[in-house]
Design a protein around this ligand. Structure first.
Ligand SMILES: Cc1cc2nc3c(=O)[nH]c(=O)nc-3n(C[C@H](O)[C@H](O)[C@H](O)COP(=O)(O)OP(=O)(O)OC[C@H]3O[C@@H](n4cnc5c(N)ncnc54)[C@H](O)[C@@H]3O)c2cc1C
Length: 535
């Protein structure tokens, strides 16, 4: 069963190795581990629903609790301490387009805020009810989740939008195909959520981001439904599908999505390279992207992330001998790990692999074989489970990300890390902060930052620590020319920064589109487009 106050399935555990725990204790200090609130306690704290009872709406406190939060760090702090600020007043589980339309009608005639909820894996507060007097109805879209059309000739498949990653891949794999969209939240996030947040999978370098994969669909709004055809290309005016991509539940509900699929690749492999320092690694990565080498993944970790990744294996001998050997070869403390993946048919991948190796060698990279890459692949969806064990050991982890042109990558990465470290210093605490380039493009890269700090006994203090670090990092990103999000979206947490990149006219345009689709302003109010009156 899905954990109610943490990540993932409650049967899956990714323990924090002793070695890593000792490392954190040395670096960040011994941490408090106050007990978490129990499910029963928190259920008891769910307030009375403000909705008039409806047979189709569940006002069950446990359902309301399970739909009250996403997966952001403040969500975790609130869930674990049992102090959840807002709950939906009810949850509705439609199983058809008609029932989605009915939910719109109920919300409109009773003036309820309606929050579309896919897998609830948002990390920027997309699905949390706002603090306001209007009752909130969450619409759980995970039920319609079947494949409804398969056009093998055109390499297109249509799914109901509530389908989750593993289910979708299983359906396609059986037929010899794949979507290839693998966000780290793959296990629990939904196709509708991916489209609504402009999500990016770990191998989007080969398969494309969700905006490349999304080809059409059925979008239900207060004004009626739009059926977007799956033209391969069109010059017939602006592409309205872009009103759905990144719409974050503000304009309507995507009930079905048609996506471009690929044959299951015949060959896939991941390789590791070590560079003497970040700068040469980054040069290699830029060359790989700009020379159009056809890889499926490029991920360059900085020195701190490289060391932490090795420590997290918990394998004392491996860490000792790898460190010893690399030191001897001149790859010392500043060494950085690059993982590259090749995916596709044999000939193409062999050509790409050879070209990529040549570029890595030219930039001083040391080939480390397939072990690191294979380990990465094996644990790619397990790593988020570490958040649970870190929390239980007294440490909180958060991540943030941006994308910038190559000319700014170094500056934005440095400034963001500096901002987090400096706030932590002002808090008289220490923080472990590191980063990697997670997705690269010929013109730039996304920077993904992870920071870990010890938590205090006081949940308010934890929220405050997080808030100060997150705000400082977000300001550093936007002040130095980064987008507020490469893949996590805007939600409530980033809404205040959106005007910076869309401009006043852009924000007004988005608001007008919202007013057109949702004249009563009921859909996910306050998400993406900030509402000064609604927190
Ligand atoms: C551990 C972890 C790892 C992650 N890794 C990645 C990653 O690698 N790449 C990445 O892109 N993101 C990642 N994310 C962020 C998150 O998983 C994505 O934003 C994902 O796309 C959200 O999908 P969801 O189904 O969970 O949507 P939800 O969280 O339920 O909702 C997100 C937003 O989409 C709207 N929405 C959902 N379904 C629909 C629909 N059918 N119609 C209209 N609106 C809808 C909601 O109203 C909300 O505003 C990660 C999150 C976690 C917790």
């Amino acid at each position: 069963m899905k954990r109610w106050n943490g990540w993932g399935d409650d049967q899956t555990i990714y323990p924090l190795p002793d070695l890593s725990k000792n490392y954190l204790v040395n670096l960040l200090g011994e941490a408090d581990t106050p007990p978490d609130a129990s499910l029963d306690e928190v259920i008891k704290s769910v307030p009375e629903s403000r909705l008039t009872p409806f047979s189709t709406i569940s006002a069950d406190p446990e359902q309301r609790l399970r739909h009250a939060c996403g997966q952001s760090l403040p969500d975790w702090i609130n869930l674990r301490s049992g102090r959840i600020p807002t709950f939906p007043d009810g949850v509705i589980f439609p199983t058809s387009d008609e029932q989605i339309e009915e939910a719109f009608e109920i919300a409109s005639s009773h003036q309820m805020i309606l929050i579309p909820y896919g897998g609830g894996t948002s990390v920027v507060r997309h699905v949390n009810p706002p603090q306001c007097d209007t009752p909130v109805l969450t619409i759980d879209l995970s039920n319609p989740n079947q494949m409804v059309d398969f056009d093998e000739t055109s390499l297109l498949a249509t799914f109901e939008a509530g389908i989750k990653g593993p289910h979708l891949e299983k359906k396609l794999n059986k037929l010899g195909y794949t979507l290839g969209h693998f966000p780290q939240s793959f296990e629990f996030s939904t196709l509708g959520g991916w489209v609504a947040t402009r999500s990016s999978g770990q191998q989007s370098y080969y398969y494309g981001r969700i905006e490349d994969l999304f080809r059409g669909g059925y979008f239900i709004t207060q004004q009626g439904a739009i059926d977007f055809p799956s033209f391969p290309a069109s010059a017939a005016g602006p592409d309205l599908r872009h009103l759905v991509l990144g719409s974050e539940g503000r304009f309507g509900i995507l009930s079905r999505a048609t996506v471009a699929i690929k044959h299951i690749p015949k060959f896939e492999e991941f390789y590791g390279y070590i560079f003497k320092e970040w700068e040469t690694g980054m040069q290699a990565v830029r060359d790989l992207a700009q020379k159009d080498i056809q890889l499926s993944m490029i991920r360059l970790s900085d020195a701190q992330e490289t060391e932490t990744t090795l420590l997290l294996t918990g394998r004392r001998n491996l860490i000792h001998w790898a460190g010893f050997g690399l030191d001897k070869l001149g790859y010392k403390k500043k060494r950085c790990l690059l993982i590259i993946g090749v995916t596709g048919d044999r000939d193409r991948t062999i050509r790409s692999q050879k070209a990529a190796f040549q570029i890595c060698r030219k930039n001083g990279g040391l080939y480390t074989g397939k072990f690191v890459g294979r380990t990465w692949k094996k644990s790619r969806f397990l790593v988020p489970y570490l958040r649970n064990s870190l929390w239980e050991s007294g440490y909180a982890l958060d991540t943030l990300e941006t994308a910038v042109p190559w000319s700014k990558v170094q500056l934005v990465k440095d400034k963001t890390i500096e901002a987090i470290a400096s706030v932590s210093q002002n808090q008289n605490e220490r923080v472990l902060v590191f980063g990697h380039l997670s997705h690269v493009y010929p013109t730039g890269a996304s920077i993904y930052i992870t920071y870990i700090f010890r938590r205090s006994y006081d949940p308010d203090e934890n929220i405050e620590r997080w808030h100060e670090m997150k705000s400082a990092a977000s300001k550093a990103i936007i002040n130095h020319g980064g987008t507020i999000s490469h893949q996590h979206g805007v939600g409530r947490d980033h809404a205040r920064y959106l005007e910076n990149e869309k401009g006043t006219i852009g924000i007004n345009l988005l608001s007008k589109i919202g007013q057109f689709f949702d004249p009563d302003n009921l859909l996910n109010r306050g998400v993406m487009i900030e509402e000064k009156s609604v927190k």
